[in-house]
Design a protein around this ligand. Structure first.
Ligand code: NAD
Ligand code: MN
Length: 498
């Protein structure tokens, strides 16, 4: 049983050792330059550990290791049942080390440790298990060519998959990419976000312990403009799976065009609308989930429901409910199970959020929150913040803030709600609250989003694809469809005598 007390989490954190080296070809190693950068805990400002600052030379070494492994088939041609067993073992090892994995993310990027230990870390184990189990259950095709011809249509691994991930769900974003790419038989070179490299490094170590052969899963911590760019421009990387901002997603498309035409799968930003209709019967549940949808993980969620469209007749009453919920979610020490919100990932992100908030105070109606705060005199924390009567063209309603800031916008008709919801460069997710079945279906059909959640928010599972439309990118993680990103269709046509 997990002893879920503040004292216990603090003592576990104090006893933790941090991985600080790159993981290349099955071994922890320093960067070739010897350089390091600091991994910082945003809740305290303390340095957790120096981390190897990888650059082009290290990326080259990792890609070469991945290529060598792919070529000799130690993973790519391992019997599917054996690959499955290794990945199932990895899922078990993550479960055995659940509190450690949770702490690494919580300390590195400020999320609540209780969320990390109940959502992120078990999620990682589950996704590895799910993809492991797919390995010997996905079949290829035989084309109906007729006698004398046997045309096999197979999905084959691509080779070396580069993955570049953000800091908001460090372990899970690494997992979403690596689990599917490895299940398909590829080698992986992962560059985690510089704000939160620790859990990915430990994951690579656990993968090796579970039997993933040397060179198959490499992690190169470092900065985007150096290590990330080197991976994007690499001539021997076959596929680049990216999750992060829209601006950097566009850069990866350019890197591909400037180099070897590698496949690029961008999963990028969002400004997801949440539509609450007056015919929703359980407005308390809608308010609970609307608050969760923007304040969970400090609002640092790509699919966060940051635009709330409420039918005018219920708007004021609904906002009252939201204010009460926001005020009950004040930030606190991420290691304290009593805290309802953690720390913002770093100083830069905190200042960026506060710029939106300060501008918003002049252009919209601040109804709760609006301040940066400290916990025990330290850290990067922002109150859950709600702006009401936000005009549709206000940056609060248009730009991805990536923090605990909700914009409320009233609407009068269904058409108007749908039009405003779709008037965005993004199309990652959307939510609809109504008990009118026809309206639920009609509105869901019209919303341009990769996932529409009806009478819930952020519906997500290993079984269903996750990703966006428009400038939220076209990559899809999760589900069997994600395997398509990491494989090529290959036809083998055999003539035989009838
Ligand atoms: P970011 O785009 O700044 O960074 C993401 C990754 O790209 C990091 O590893 C970073 O080092 C790297 N990078 C940065 N600049 C680079 C460059 N010039 N060349 C190569 N690599 C570079 O994003 P972030 O601030 O870490 O994360 C927040 C963003 O991620 C938000 O926009 C959020 O919506 C998005 N996100 C999307 C999803 C999704 O599935 N759609 C999930 C989580 C986060
Ligand atoms: Mn950090």
């Amino acid at each position: 049983m997990l002893d879920n007390t503040h004292e216990n989490w603090k003592s576990r954190a104090a006893g933790l050792s941090f991985p600080g080296q790159a993981f290349i070809d099955g071994k922890f190693t320093d960067a070739a330059s010897g350089k390091t950068f600091d991994s910082i805990n945003p809740a305290t400002g303390e340095i957790l550990t120096p981390v190897a600052e990888c650059d082009e030379e290290d990326v080259n070494r990792a890609v070469a290791a991945g290529r060598a492994a792919f070529e000799d088939g130690r993973w790519s041609r391992m019997a599917p049942g054996d690959r499955k067993a290794v990945m199932l073992k990895l899922a078990d090892l993550i479960r055995e080390n659940l509190t450690e994995m949770a702490l690494l993310d919580s300390l590195d990027m400020g999320k609540l440790v209780t969320d990390a230990v109940t959502v992120d870390a078990p999620g990682s184990a589950h996704f590895f298990q799910w993809y492991a189990e797919s390995i010997d259950k996905v079949f290829d095709e035989v084309a109906p060519t007729g006698p004398g011809d046997l045309a096999l249509v197979k999905r084959v691994p691509l080779g070396v998959v580069g993955a570049v991930t953000p800091w908001n769900f460090p372990l899970d974003m690494a997992t979403w990419k690596a689990a599917a790419a490895l299940a398909a038989g590829n080698s992986v070179v992962l560059k985690p976000a510089e704000q939160s490299p620790l859990s990915a490094l430990r994951l690579a170590e656990l993968a090796a312990e579970s039997g993933v052969p040397d060179g198959v899963f490499n992690v190169v911590p470092g900065f985007g403009v150096t290590a990330g760019k080197a991976l994007g421009l690499h001539m021997d990387v076959d596929c680049l799976a990216f999750t992060g901002s829209t601006a950097i997603g566009k850069m990866f498309m350019q890197y591909s065009g400037q180099s070897n035409l590698k496949q690029v799968w961008p999963e990028t930003g969002g400004k997801s609308p949440n539509l609450v209709f007056a015919d929703c019967e359980d407005l308390d549940a809608a308010a609970d989930m609307a608050a969760f949808g923007i304040f969970f993980n400090q609002g640092e969620v790509c699919s966060a429901n940051s635009r709330l469209y409420v039918e005018r007749s219920i708007k004021d009453a609904f906002v009252e409910k939201l204010i009460a919920r926001a005020q009950a979610m004040q930030p606190g020490d991420p290691l304290d199970p009593a805290s309802k919100m953690g720390a913002i990932v770093d100083e830069k992100q905190t200042q960026g959020i506060m710029r939106f908030v300060e501008d918003g105070k002049k252009t919209a109606n601040l109804v709760t929150g609006g301040d940066r705060v400290t916990v025990e005199g330290k850290g990067c924390f922002v109150q859950p913040t709600i702006f009401d009567d936000v005009s549709h063209d206000n940056p609060l309603a248009r730009d991805e803030i990536f923090g605990p800031v909700l914009s409320v916008i009233p609407f009068d008709t269904e058409d108007q709600a749908v039009t405003m919801a779709n008037d965005s460069i993004y199309g990652l997710a959307a939510s609809v609250w109504t008990d009118n079945l026809s309206r639920a279906c009609r509105v869901s059909d019209k919303l341009m989003a990769g996932t529409v959640s009806v009478n819930t928010v952020d519906a997500l599972s290993a079984m269903t694809p996750f990703g966006g439309m428009k400038q939220s990118g076209f990559g899809r993680d999760l589900s069997l469809h994600s395997l398509e990103k990491y494989t090529a269709l290959k036809t083998t046509w055999i003539k035989y005598k009838v």
